[in-house]
Structures are given as C-alpha cells and as structure tokens.
Design a protein around this ligand. Structure first.
Ligand code: AMP
Ligand code: FE
Ligand code: FE
Ligand code: ZN
Length: 281
C-alpha cells in the first residue's frame, strides 16, 4: 500500500533540497504521493510536479501560509492550489516582500549587537523569494559568527530574543478564503506545535477543510487527540514530516507516512469541491 508525505519544503523556501532531490528521496522511500508546501510560495511546484511524474508518483501542489488569528500564529496548508492563479500569486508576492524586508530588519538588529552580518550574504544563501529565519541562522553558521543553527535561534532569532522581528501575517480567515479561491483545500498545520487548539472552532467556522494530525513533532497522544478533533468537526486528516532537508540535522522525510485511506478522502474532497464550484458557475 502506498503512503504520502504532505508536508515538505525545498530550496524555494527554507528547505535544502531541490525539487528533484526531494522527489528522488520520496521515490526511494516508497512514497506514492507527495505534496510540496513551501512557506508562502508555490514557485517550486512546477519542477516538483515534473520530477514526481517522471518517477511515477502523484503530486499535490501546495503551500504553507503563515497566518494569524486572535494573536495566535497559525500555519495553514493549502493543497491542490492553482499555482498560476493571479490573486494567489499577488498575495504571496506581498508576503514574500514582507519576508525580504524582515531579513533586513533582523540583520540590522544583529549589527546593533556587533555581529557583522550582511543582508546580501543572507539573500545570496537563501537564493529564493521567500527567505526566513533559517536562512539568517545558516548564514551566521557559514560565516562562523555562531557555532550552530540551534545556537543562532536560541541566542538571537527565537521569539523574544534580540534579533527576533515579528512578521506581518495574513489573517487565517483570508488564508482559507485565498486557498479556496485558488481551487485548494485548507488544512491547519501542526496544531500541536503552534498550540492552536483554542482557535480550531473559529477556523472550522471559516471553512477549514482538514487538520494535520500526523506530524514529526506530534506525539502519538497528540495525533490521537487531533484525530478525535477531526472526527468531531468532520475534517480531513492529513500528515507530513515537515522535512526541510539538511536545514535541521537529518532529513525528516520518511518519518511520517500518511495512510492511503486519508489520501483517497483528500482527492475525493477536491473532486467534490470542484463539482460544487462548477455547479455555482
Ligand atoms: P520564519 O518563517 O522566518 O519565522 O521562520 C520559521 C522557520 O524557522 C520554521 O518554519 C522552521 O523551519 C524554522 N525554525 C523555527 N524555530 C526553529 C528553531 N528553534 N531551530 C531551528 N529552526 C527553527
Ligand atoms: Fe520552515
Ligand atoms: Fe509550519
Ligand atoms: Zn513546514
């Protein structure tokens, strides 16, 4: 029976794999389906789709949108996105610009602390439109300005640390709406990691389609709890490793294997949503 990993990052955001490397690893691990969910971008989807097709795997184009609801940060996964949808691309471009400005602000904060990091070095290493804190951390390590990535987050980049800069986020309600108007299904990412339990009812009211029950950072108890929540609110069940390649020690791909029954339900939900949209036209 084939299984899926529906939460993966590439070099198009803060992962270290190219789309081709990611697809090759997924294939070798026996995956039948993968989804690409780079932060606030769909740029890597075209290449990943080609690589997956060549390997005989199913591919779901997606993205992980950074959003907020009532001061809680929540990551929202969009699946089956139309990666050429102009409204989607325009909104993503805005939040990519926010991310780029934030790099300048983080570098300025580090400079104030006496750390001679240049924004250009971070952009050169990131080489993508959707840069983030991991790129700052990796550049600090590369330039021997800090010992390792963990230290970079602990000392400077974690929330509350001196080079932490808040990020302007879209509202969770807009994220759901944006995903739907791009033909996608919206899924709450790693609820156990962001501690978003209190806002789940609001997100369900906003039209959330699913919840990521299986995630590398979810314990078995957590996964079971979110499976119960999924049943209660009639949400789709998804799961993925949140692999960032070598950005975080060993690659996580292969640690989460979403069973086939959930993949089938996801495809069925996409079909039903498309039929509903077509009927409305
Ligand atoms: P950003 O989107 O710029 O706020 O960065 C968030 C990303 O940083 C997450 O998606 C993770 O990939 C990574 N990250 C967050 N906290 C840590 C940490 N303590 N150590 C390593 N990576 C982290
Ligand atoms: Fe990330
Ligand atoms: Fe996330
Ligand atoms: Zn992620």
């Amino acid at each position: 029976m084939k299984f899926a990993d529906l939460h993966l990052h590439t070099q198009f955001s803060d992962g270290t794999f190219t789309p081709e490397e990611l697809a090759e690893r997924a294939y070798k691990l026996g995956f039948g389906t993968i989804a690409l969910t780079d932060h606030d971008t769909v740029e890597g989807c075209a290449r990943t789709a080609i690589a997956c097709a060549a390997a005989g795997m199913d591919f779901i184009p997606g993205s992980e949108l950074t959003a907020e609801h009532e001061d809680t940060e929540v990551h929202i996964l969009g699946y089956f996105l139309d990666t050429e949808n102009p409204t989607l691309l325009a909104r993503l471009a805005k939040f990519q610009a926010v991310r780029q400005n934030r790099i300048h602000e983080m570098v300025a904060a580090l400079n104030k602390l006496g750390i001679p990091l240049k924004a250009e070095s971070v952009f050169a290493l990131a080489n993508c439109k959707s840069p983030g804190r991991p790129h700052v951390a990796r550049t600090l390590v590369k330039e021997k300005l800090i010992g390792n990535l963990d230290e970079a987050f602990e000392k400077y980049l974690k929330k509350g640390r001196p080079a932490w800069v808040p990020k302007t986020k879209m509202s969770a309600l807009e994220a759901v709406e944006l995903i739907h108007q791009s033909g996608g299904l919206a899924v709450i990412a790693h609820p156990g990691l962001n501690r978003t339990d209190d806002i789940i009812p609001d997100l369900v009211d906003a039209g959330m389609d699913g919840i990521e029950c299986f995630h590398t950072k979810h314990s078995t108890v957590m996964s079971e709890r979110y499976l119960e929540i999924a049943e209660k609110y009639e949400l789709l069940v998804t799961g993925g490793s949140d692999c960032h390649g070598f950005s975080k020690k060993a690659p996580l791909i292969g640690t989460v294997k979403l069973p086939h029954e959930h993949i089938e339900k996801l495809y069925a939900a996409k079909k039903a949503a498309d039929a509903k949209r077509a009927a409305r036209k």
